[in-house]
Design a protein around this ligand. Structure first.
Ligand SMILES: NC(=O)c1ccc[n+]([C@@H]2O[C@H](COP(=O)([O-])OP(=O)(O)OC[C@H]3O[C@@H](n4cnc5c(N)ncnc54)[C@H](OP(=O)(O)O)[C@@H]3O)[C@@H](O)[C@H]2O)c1
Length: 336
């Protein structure tokens, strides 16, 4: 099969190329999927460039990435199933993760075929395109993991999403809107119209305004980008409100090439034991349940991914660079 192969860590155009490789064989509890679309997101950029360097010892591979085929989430058609699989059959349209949640490593989705464990997969809703569905699993899992109490929200909750038009932010905005929240979204001026269409009632241009200087108070600050420290947001968090940091390394633009956002995440985690505004560390939600939830949200239209551009497998490096340029209005996808 044709697949994108990563030779080492570095700029995407220097280390990625399409090659003929063996088609993978599904294990006992795995399915073989003919990939129709795979998502391009910042963690793919991290693993391709090998930055921050700490990811190399966290499972991506010290000298070179192992496995060598990038991509962690996709949508496609089941080609064959392992002996122990009864949930899926050849011909089923599915979407999901080819990796076991929140890891910095390659997982083979930028290829004509990929194998995945069944707990990371769900049936693709018929109304969603392969391209749309492919963009949801990894970003959706991160979003749901960080909004564990979404089902219990009172209508009218004041939610501030910073970096609201990106991969994770756009899902957070749509899910919060569906939960009856009033959303203020902060992002680049080019993306504010998109942000309104996703459900933000107020939009803020980060190039012009520092949101932390506003008088308004928010019940939840969902900070995807982490450009300002937590202390800057404290004055605009309402009594009983919460602050959630996703963290973004801005494609290497913010330095921190060794450890990335990790020290900051660990600092907030430690502080969460004395500061009720910060979420305490909890186990990640069940992958199967998260995928079922994302499937339901896609199927009933509460979640409608916006796809900006589709690139061919041969253009994977260009696709990653396009994402990193910040030009995308919506998600970026690679199709074999
Ligand atoms: N999406 C996924 O599937 C996925 C998967 C795994 C991990 N993650 C992790 O989740 C985090 C977020 O990813 P993402 O996909 O949401 O990233 P993204 O698509 O790059 O979105 C980030 C958004 O924030 C905007 N932004 C930049 N600086 C800002 C500022 N000062 N204030 C407000 N907005 C600002 C960016 O606009 P500009 O164009 O101006 O920069 C962009 O629209 C990353 O750490 C990523 O590694 C995401």
């Amino acid at each position: 099969m044709r697949a994108v192969v990563q030779r080492g860590y570095g700029p995407p155009a220097e280390v990625l190329g399409v090659r003929e490789v063996d088609r993978p064989t599904p294990g006992e509890d795995e399915v073989l999927i003919r990939v129709r679309a795979a998502s391009v997101h910042p963690d793919v950029w991290h693993v391709v460039t090998g930055l921050p360097r700490v990811l190399r010892v966290f499972g991506s591979g010290v000298r070179r990435p192992t496995p060598a085929l990038p991509g962690t989430d996709m949508a496609g058609v089941v080609e064959a199933v392992g002996a122990g699989v009864s949930r899926f059959a050849a011909g089923d349209e599915v979407f999901g993760e080819t990796i076991a949640g929140m890891q910095w490593r390659n997982a083979g989705a930028y290829a004509e075929y990929v194998v995945a464990k069944t707990d990371g997969l769900a049936a693709k809703p018929s109304d969603a395109t392969f391209e749309q569905a492919a963009t949801v699993p990894t970003a959706g899992f991160i979003t749901l993991s960080n909004l564990p109490d979404l089902d219990t929200w009172e209508p009218g909750k004041r939610v501030l999403v910073v970096g609201a038009a990106g991969g994770v932010g756009a899902i957070a905005v749509q899910l919060a809107r569906a939960a009856g929240a009033e959303i203020t979204g902060v992002d680049h001026p080019r993306k504010l119209e998109l942000l309104r269409s996703l459900g933000a009632s107020q939009v803020v241009d980060y190039t012009k305004e520092d949101i932390t200087r506003r008088e308004e108070r928010y019940d939840l600050v969902f900070d995807v980008v982490g450009v300002r420290p937590y202390a800057a947001y404290r004055p605009i968090i309402a009594t009983g409100g919460r602050y959630v940091l996703i963290g973004h390394d801005h494609f290497g633009a913010r330095g921190r090439r060794l450890l990335g956002s990790l020290p900051r995440m660990i600092g907030l985690m430690a502080r969460s034991f004395v500061d009720p505004r910060l979420p305490r560390p909890t186990a990640a939600p069940d992958r199967g349940e998260s995928m079922a939830r994302l499937q339901e949200l896609l199927a009933d239209g509460r979640l409608t991914p916006v796809v900006d551009r589709t690139f061919r497998l041969e253009q994977a490096a260009e696709a990653i660079e396009y994402l990193a340029s910040g030009a995308a209005l919506g998600r970026v996808v690679v199709v074999p």
